[in-house]
Design a protein around this ligand. Structure first.
Ligand code: PLP
Length: 475
């Protein structure tokens, strides 16, 4: 492609993107296609001679859009948000153009150095203790992972390496294999499925602690499980504390679980995948109480902080455990200044990595802290507005507390009616939600997910729910 063509193509795409994002309400939020819909729409093989970019542009509406579920639509309320923004999209363009692979400082110094500084900025914005920050001059440091799942797995591997070394100091005759078969990790029965998977990847046992009436893991329950395991000859080594669970945005009691972890020399990893974004607002930081007891902390700016996927920020008090757990150093990756700044290849699973700090930099600069705080608060206000409408209808009930921008609700009565309610809502396709189940109670989740949301959208969503319920209950 010639430069002039690129320029025309890119400008046309920017116009398309603006048109797409600004008019999302007009599209059916849920894709309305059947599996296999796409193959008949395009040729069986790549073209021998090039298509024109205009042909490609024309195929976006014909081939791609029918199969898109519109995550940025104000009608999208499923899972948790996956926000984007214009500054972040532009940063990704530049990242694609520079196309460096910042696996070591030398491989592209700006890629590493901007990441180090951005994670200090962001760490300060959420009030992380200085022990986690590179700027403190201590051991602490941070990295952008692709996802929270990777952060949980990497923290588990670091904790595993640390515990194996500690145990070997006491039992020099024990082999690594003997120790690993005794290792046991902990998390709550409300933790995200990625925590269970991290245990499976790591080849260690995992005990799920029953959460309390508020769906929180409590310190005394964690301690009881640890004591039982110690008595059984197991070796507790890792606990994942969730701040803002996926099911219901419940908060484990970090202020209780953290000290228990410290008492038994267990690595505490905090998974604040979604809710961590809200900690840029001081009024939500009480959920982080006990953060000084954690060894690692992770949240996803790509969920709720207007940074495009992928950007999962992870801080560690002592990253050396992670770096040394899988240390390899072939000649072709070495450089003269090794050790002065992070070589991020040691902090993650893959070798190669994109320039993800750029989009964080663009977003933090072009919004500023105050506008980002307003953005978080607006979402939470919309959730409260929806909850109010729901409370005012005596056929419905709110399940648990409304935390952050998630409302868990259900029709009073059995699970079956609620399963039907969700099925019909999603079949109509005007709004999209998913359900969750806690202690056999099935409920719907309404997450505010779009930066385009207005109060009118909450009314629209509520009316849609109410209309389906009216029809169902009349029948
Ligand atoms: N942890 C929590 C609390 C989550 O809510 C989620 C996803 O919603 C995850 C982890 C997984 O996130 P990721 O897709 O970044 O791995």
């Amino acid at each position: 492609m010639e430069p002039k063509e690129f320029s025309d193509f890119a400008k046309s795409m920017v116009d398309y993107i603006v048109e797409y994002l600004e008019n999302l309400r007009e599209r059916r939020v849920l894709a309305n296609v059947q599996p296999g819909y796409l193959r008949p729409l395009i040729p069986n093989a790549a073209p021998d001679d090039p298509d024109s970019w205009q042909d490609v542009m024309a195929d976006i509406e014909r081939v791609i859009m029918p199969g898109i579920t519109h995550w940025q639509s104000p009608r999208f309320h499923a899972y948790y948000p996956m926000t984007n923004s214009y500054p972040s999209i532009v940063a990704d363009m530049l990242s694609g153009a520079i196309a460096c692979v910042g696996f070591s400082w030398m491989a592209s110094p700006a890629c590493t150095e901007l990441e180090v500084v951005m994670l200090d900025w962001l760490g300060n914005m959420i009030g992380l203790p200085k022990e986690f920050l590179a700027s403190s001059g201590g051991k602490g440091g941070a990295v952008i992972q692709g996802t929270a799942s990777e952060a949980t797995l990497m923290a588990l591997q670091a904790a595993k390496a640390k515990k194996v070394q500690e145990v070997k100091e006491d039992h020099p005759d024990w082999t690594d294999d003997m120790i690993v078969t005794k290792l046991v990790a902990y998390t709550s029965d409300q933790a995200h499925s990625s925590v269970e998977r991290a245990g499976l990847f790591g080849g260690v046992k995992m005990h799920f602690i029953a959460s309390d009436a508020k769906n929180s893991m409590r310190g005394e329950d964690l301690e009881m499980a640890i004591k039982n395991d110690l008595e059984a000859g197991l070796i507790p080594f890792y606990a994942v504390v969730t701040l803002g669970t996926t099911n219901s945005c419940a908060f484990d009691r970090l202020d209780e679980c953290g000290p228990v972890g410290n008492k038994y020399h267990i690595w505490i990893h905090v998974d604040a995948g979604y809710a961590g974004c809200a900690f840029i607002c001081p009024e939500y930081r009480h959920f982080m109480q006990g953060i000084e007891t954690a060894d690692s902390f992770n949240f996803n700016p790509h969920k709720w902080l207007l940074v495009n996927f992928d950007c999962s920020t992870m801080w560690l008090k002592d990253p050396s455990w992670l770096i040394n757990a899988f240390y390899v150093n072939p000649v072709y990756l070495r450089h003269e200044t090794q050790g002065s700044l992070p070589d991020y290849r040691h902090w993650q699973i893959p070798l190669s990595r994109r320039f993800r700090a750029l989009k964080l930099w663009f977003v933090l600069r072009l919004y500023g802290v105050k506008q980002l705080q307003d953005h978080i608060r607006r979402y939470c206000k919309f959730a409260q507005e929806f909850a109010e409408m729901c409370r005012a209808d005596e056929r419905f009930e709110i399940v648990g507390e409304v935390n952050m921008a998630l409302v868990c609700f259900r029709l009073k009565g059995g699970n079956e009616a609620n399963e039907k309610l969700l099925k019909v809502i999603n079949c109509r396709g005007n709004i999209h939600m998913v359900a969750a189940k806690i202690h056999e109670i099935y409920f719907l989740r309404m997450a505010v997910c779009s930066r385009y949301t207005k109060s009118e959208d909450m009314i629209y969503t509520w009316n849609e729910v109410k209309e389906v319920a009216d029809e169902m209950l009349q029948k």
